[in-house]
Design a protein around this ligand. Structure first.
Ligand SMILES: CC(C)(COP(=O)(O)OP(=O)(O)OC[C@H]1O[C@@H](n2cnc3c(N)ncnc32)[C@H](O)[C@@H]1OP(=O)(O)O)[C@@H](O)C(=O)NCCC(=O)NCCS
Length: 219
């Protein structure tokens, strides 16, 4: 399903549940530490997906350890992103030679918790969402905005190593399954080429919302 919204240069794998054959490398087990069963399962299955996705690029399986602020450490020359939510896990990877960064996110297709939209949505975004909700009531646009913003952060962070708050990007969701995002924070002086915008795609199906952003390398 996620392949439908990813560029052709991206290899992805997904699971609608947990894979009994999924296993962790010892160093991944150590990085995970003592945790609950739900967290162990999502961490393990999403890495199983990630290794399948790496295989899609012709690369061998490898340990995938959490790095700075939880961003996954991919093998050299690879960019990628992982997501998990109830009933779904997915990973997407690409060769860094062609893709600068990518981010994916999955959410249950349900309304956001009461009050959360005021926290994650800018006034312009909230106004636009109200119009979309009137025209296309089958989509939970508030949850989709959240999903798109999480995907943006997952693409932003590995490039900049910087936090980006929910007010750090203005997202325009379009009913055709695309979205545009404008980064609102000033570029750090040492990173003049930090992304200034992202183009994304989204999908609502099978009780899930999926969003992805991918920025090709500029030649
Ligand atoms: C990090 C964050 C985006 C994760 O999203 P989530 O919906 O809670 O969880 P998901 O299951 O979709 O994704 C979790 C995976 O994201 C990846 N991830 C975590 N931190 C990351 C980071 N800093 N950069 C990139 N990827 C990251 C990891 O692979 C993680 O899975 P793992 O711990 O099993 O390896 C979220 O918790 C967060 O901190 N959001 C606030 C920042 C934000 O979204 N800003 C909006 C900017 S417009």
């Amino acid at each position: 399903m996620i392949n439908e919204i990813l560029p052709a240069a991206v290899a992805a794998a997904e699971c609608f549940g947990d894979a009994p054959e999924a296993a962790l490398y010892p160093e991944e087990r150590a990085a995970l530490g003592e945790t609950g069963e739900a967290r162990r399962r999502e961490f393990t299955t999403v890495r199983h997906c990630a290794r399948r996705a790496l295989g899609g690029l012709g690369l061998p399986p490898a340990p995938l350890l959490p790095g700075v602020r939880g961003a996954p450490r991919w093998p050299d020359g690879v960019v990628g992103s992982m997501t998990h939510c109830a009933g779904y896990r997915a990973a997407a990877v690409a060769h860094g030679s062609g893709m600068r960064t990518l981010g994916i996110d999955a959410e249950p297709h349900e309304p956001l918790m009461e009050g959360l939209l005021d926290y994650i949505g800018l006034p312009e975004e909230r106004a636009r969402l109200a119009g979309l909700a009137r025209q296309y009531p089958d989509v939970h646009w508030d949850r989709l905005l959240f999903c798109a913003k999480e995907a943006i952060y997952k693409a932003w962070f590995p490039v900049t190593q910087r936090w980006l708050g929910f007010d750090g990007a203005q997202v325009s969701l379009l009913p055709d399954g695309t979205f545009h995002a404008r980064i609102l924070v000033a570029h750090p002086p040492e990173q003049p080429a930090a992304p200034g915008a992202f183009e994304g795609r989204w999908l609502a199906r099978n009780g899930l919302l999926l969003a992805c952003v991918a920025e090709p390398q500029h030649v």
